[in-house]
Design a protein around this ligand. Sequence first.
Ligand SMILES: [Zn+2]
Length: 515
Amino acid sequence: MSVLASRRPPAAGVHDEASLSRFVTGLEVVLRELSVKMALVWWERYTGGPGEGLDELERARSEILLDPSYDDLVRNWSGGRLDPLLARRLAILGDLISEARVSAVPEIYTLQNDILRRVIVFRPVVRGGEIANSERVRILRHEPDRAWRREAWMSIAPLSMELAKPTVELIRRRNHLAREAGAAGFVELTLGLASLTPAEVMETVERLEAASAPLWASFLERSAAAEGLDAVEPWDVTYLVEKDAAIPTGVFPSERIEPSLEAFVRAFGRDPVAIGIKIVRQDIPFGGLCVPIDPPTDVRILANPRDGHGSFSTLFHEYGHGLHAVFAGANSRLLQEEPGVLAEGLAEVWGWFTFYPGWLRGLGLDEELAATVVRAQGLRLAARHRTLSADVAWELSAYQDPYQDLTALAAATESRFTLAAARPVHRWAGGPFPSGYPMYKQNYILADLIAAATHRTLAEDHGPDVLGNAQVWEAVSAAYWRPGASIPWRERLRRFTGRDLDAAAIDYGAPLGPR
Ligand SMILES: [Zn+2]
C-alpha cells in the first residue's frame, strides 16, 4: 500500500455524527495532499518535464477511493439526519467513489495516461516539418492557402491512427466497469454524476442545431460565394468563420492579454496580485489549461496564445476557471469538487466579457471595430457549438458501439453539424479528449447556456454598469464561486438566473442582447 493511502482514516471508527465529521475531515486532508501532488505531476508533464510518479499517485487514489469500507460508510450514512454541509460532503464523496469505480481502476488509468502522454509529445508535420500545436491552429484559422489548411487539418491523422486501438479498448473497458458499478454505461454514469442525461444533452444539441440553422446556412452560402468555392470542405470552416467575422488580429496582440486581464480585474476594485493566479506560456494541445494546484494560494494557467481576439477569449476563460478555484478554495476539500459543466460555465462567464463593447473600447478599439467583434459572437458560437456537437454526437454513438467504423462516424457527424463535405480522414483519436477527458465536450456547449443566462441576469440587474462594478463581482462570487459545491450546480444556476439550464438561453442573433 502507498504511504499516502496508509494515512487515510479508518471507516471503522465512525459511530456517530461527530466521528463521521472527523472521518470526513481527515479524509479531506489526504485527498488534498493527493490532489496537490497529482496536479504538480501534470503541470510538469505539460511544461516539458518528466512528470514522474504518476502511477504511484494513481495507485494511492485507487486504494483510497476504492476502499470497500468507504462505500459502505457512505451508503449507511446517506439519507440520515445530518448537518446539511456534512451530508453534502458525504454525497460528494459518494460521487467520487462512483467515478473512481471506472477512472481509478489500474487498467483504465495506466492506458489513459499512456495515451495522453503520447498526445502531449506529438507535434504535427506540415510541409515536411514539425510544427507547434498553436501553429496548426493558426493555419486552420488564418491561412489563405487552401492546400496548406488541408494538410494542417489532416496532420493529426498519424497520431489518431496510432491511438485508435488503445482508445477503443479504453471505451470498451470504461463501459464494462460502469456497468459493473450499476450504471447503464459509461456515458450514463458520467453524465449522471453531473446531474445530466444523454437524452438532455442530445436534445440540447439538436435545439441549438435548429436555432443556429438560418445563420449557419446564410454564412456558408455567403462565404462560399465570396471565396469562389463549389463546396465547403472541413478545412475551410474555421478559416471562413474567421474571415467572415473580419476581426483584425493585429488589434489583439498576444502580449496585451495579461495586462488587459489585470486591468479588467482592477476595474472591479480587486487586486490581481493578491488573487495570485499565475499564467505561464507553453505549447500545449489546448488553447489553455487551468491547473488548480493548491487553491486558494496556488492556481496556475498554461496558455498558448496567438494574436487575435480568440486568444483573449480563451485566456479570460482560463482566468474564470482560476477565479472559481481561488474563491471556492476556502471550502473544505470535497466542496471544491465541481462538475465540469459548471466549471466550464463559470469560466465562460468570464470569456464572454471579451464581447462587451465597453471592454473592447477600453482596449482601444473604435466604435466600428467594437461593433464588428460584437456582431461576430453569434457566428463564433454557432461554429463552436456545431463543431463540438459533432464530437459529442460521435462520442455518444462510439460508447453505444465502439466497434463500428469510428472514422466514418466522425465524418458523418462532422458533416451533419458543420454542413461541410464528409471526408473520412482518421482524426477522431488524435487529440486529448477521447482518451484523457471522456464525455467532456458537451460541457463547453452547456457552458455557453450558463454564460448566456448569467450575462442576461447581470444586464437585467445592473443595466449598462456591469464592467468594473464591484457589486457584479460580489454577486458572481457569492452566487457561484464562494459556495463551492455546497449547493448543487443546477440550484446555483436557478437561484442566480431564475431558470434551469435551457437551450433557449442562446440567441445567435445577439448572444449578449442589444447593447
Ligand atoms: Zn475550460
